[in-house]
Design a protein around this ligand. Structure first.
Ligand SMILES: Nc1ncnc2c1ncn2[C@@H]1O[C@H](COP(=O)(O)OP(=O)(O)OP(=O)(O)O)[C@@H](O)[C@H]1O
Length: 260
């Protein structure tokens, strides 16, 4: 791991336009992601996880604070930060599986033949070699997410930004894709910032878990969960217990804020 983190989010605040002016969503996000590290972002629904991820992607501009990536301030989206969303309809429905992945490479300046070759190799690596000519409507949910992940990896980004990519999948498919992602991340040493609702997913996939809480939200705790990849172990259970406590505290706080 290099001395400087790949991603550094410092004192970031983000709001959205509301009827009476700007409504703050995130008040103080502070986190880092090191080279080759997987950092999970967790918090109750609506606490601003996706908002932070979108700002790192360059889709939203913070009203305060700073996001630096690979030594420069984030000024907009770029292929060095590839995004995978939860929605199963993030592929172009009129393009084939191969076309979807090759298109992303073409759009970032890769020559046609090289784009097709790289796309084919990545899709084969992810067990989709038999489905290159299919269209998205001919795929299962798990296959669609696998294509979206293949498309992101094909770009060879420095960082993957994943917004609940497995949230719409059944438990079995989710487990399979989690294992595949962990394997790919290990092999490629890509860095990952991953939003999840699931405590077990956070502990299983993460090196660290960043907990967002409060309203507007800020980082309430960061947990080291590196190496905890078996749910039956004492370390895994302790991390799960701590995260449950933090998340239920935050739900109580949120409830009080509504009642006050
Ligand atoms: N485009 C938008 N315009 C106005 N408000 C928004 C917009 N996007 C999000 N918000 C608000 O900002 C807050 C944070 O939303 P965000 O989607 O980042 O939360 P989240 O933690 O990712 O939620 P979830 O876990 O439910 O996906 C919420 O109160 C939400 O209603």
């Amino acid at each position: 791991m290099g001395a400087e983190p790949l991603l550094s989010v410092d004192g970031v605040a983000i709001g959205y336009p509301g009827p009476g002016g700007r409504v703050p969503a995130v008040a103080g996000a502070d986190l880092t992601v090191g080279h080759g590290e997987t950092v999970m972002l967790i918090g109750r629904s609506g606490c601003g996880k996706s908002t932070v991820l979108k700002a790192v992607a360059g889709f939203l501009t913070p009203s305060a604070g700073r996001i630096s990536f690979h030594g420069a301030e984030v000024e907009g989206p770029a292929p060095d930060r590839a995004v995978v969303f939860q929605e199963l309809d993030q592929l172009f429905p009129w393009r084939t599986v191969l076309g979807n992945v090759a298109y992303a490479l073409r759009a970032t300046g890769t020559p046609r033949d090289e784009a097709r070759a790289r796309a084919t190799a990545q899709l084969e690596l992810m067990g989709l070699g038999h489905a290159l000519d299919r269209h998205p409507h001919q795929l299962s949910g798990g296959m669609k997410q696998r294509v979206a992940i293949a498309r992101a990896f094909a770009l060879e980004p420095r960082m993957l930004l994943m917004d609940e990519p497995f949230g719409a999948l059944d438990a079995q498919t989710r487990g399979r894709l989690q294992a595949e992602l962990a394997g790919l991340a290990r092999r490629t040493r890509v860095s990952i910032l991953f939003v999840t609702h699931s405590i077990d997913e956070a502990v299983l996939l993460g090196d660290r878990v960043v907990v967002l809480g409060g309203r507007p939200s800020s980082v309430v705790e960061t947990l080291d969960v590196a190496g905890l990849d078996s749910p039956d172990t004492e370390g895994f259970t302790a991390a799960r217990r701590r995260l449950r406590a933090l998340l239920s505290d935050d739900r109580e706080e949120a409830g009080r804020a509504v009642l006050d």
